[in-house]
Design a protein around this ligand. Structure first.
Ligand SMILES: CCCCCCCC(=O)SCCNC(=O)CCNC(=O)[C@H](O)C(C)(C)COP(=O)(O)OP(=O)(O)OC[C@H]1O[C@@H](n2cnc3c(N)ncnc32)[C@H](O)[C@@H]1OP(=O)(O)O
Length: 216
């Protein structure tokens, strides 16, 4: 058996699965680094051509092992986080590397965004800020034993969110009403954590048992 952390608990998952998950996380991290380097590279043409050929060859190699859409990854485990969701999956190079921890008030995530998340020069794309807030606010709802799908996410952009600067995202439950949970949160600089750069209020709704979207 191998051990992985689940919140503050150590969980004995099958060793082969733990090893596989580590490799998937390492590949996600390596490709995330490649994506960041791609977005920053002022390389000469021959270096770009070398990178194109090498990357296409790697992609072709992996495509041969693709699982069919809608089927579970062999890395999945009921007690461990999924590795491929676009909002936080450690194995998904497109996902920002979001790690969330519990606080007395709710949850907090610390993150530094790479060049691939840039919108206006030096600033984070607004959609990425919304993605981060959706993710961390959803985590606040889930870790309070509520969960639910995002019904709305209202964001206000007060100041630019810088790239390659340590950030802090905090979220807390604002209201609970039957299947509905309202959560508030914001992104701030880690060096100035009380000043919101982008703030958000989200409603998470636990769907009705007979809701057809549950089956998808
Ligand atoms: C793996 C980790 C993933 C982390 C994910 C992060 C979160 C996500 O991104 S989830 C993905 C994005 N969101 C979605 O795909 C959701 C799409 N929408 C839906 O599936 C449904 O509309 C859903 C489930 C939200 C609500 O469906 P359903 O249960 O049928 O709602 P319904 O019964 O009509 O409404 C329930 C209550 O919510 C309220 N409500 C529903 N939608 C809204 C809304 N947009 N605005 C305000 N209130 C709303 C209703 O008014 C009702 O309130 P009340 O009980 O007081 O009358």
């Amino acid at each position: 058996m191998g051990t992985e952390a689940v919140g503050t608990l150590a969980y004995d998952a099958p060793a082969a699965k733990v090893d596989r998950r580590r490799l998937i996380e390492q590949l996600g991290d390596a490709v995330r680094g490649l994506v960041a380097a791609t977005c920053a590279a002022e390389a000469p043409p021959e270096e770009l051509e070398r990178a194109i050929a090498g990357t296409r060859q790697l992609a072709e190699g992996l495509r041969g092992f693709a699982r069919p859409l809608g089927t579970a990854s062999s890395s999945e485990d009921p007690l461990l986080p999924h590795l491929y969701p676009a909002g936080h999956g450690a194995g998904n190079p497109v996902a920002p590397p979001v790690h969330v921890e519990a606080t007395e008030e709710g949850v907090r995530s610390r993150i530094t965004l790479g060049r691939q998340y840039e919108g206006p020069r030096g600033r984070t794309h607004g959609g990425i800020s919304a993605l981060l807030l959706d993710e961390v606010l959803a985590y606040a709802s889930t870790s309070a034993g509520r969960g639910g799908f995002t019904a709305y996410l209202n964001t206000s952009y007060h100041q630019a969110v810088p790239i390659q600067v340590p950030l802090e995202i905090r979220a807390r439950i604002d209201a609970e009403d039957g299947r509905k949970t309202t959560v508030k949160g914001f992104i701030a600089l880690e060096s100035d954590p009380e000043v919101p750069l982008v703030s958000a209020t989200a409603l998470f709704v636990i769907p009705r048992a007979d809701y057809e979207g549950n089956q998808k």
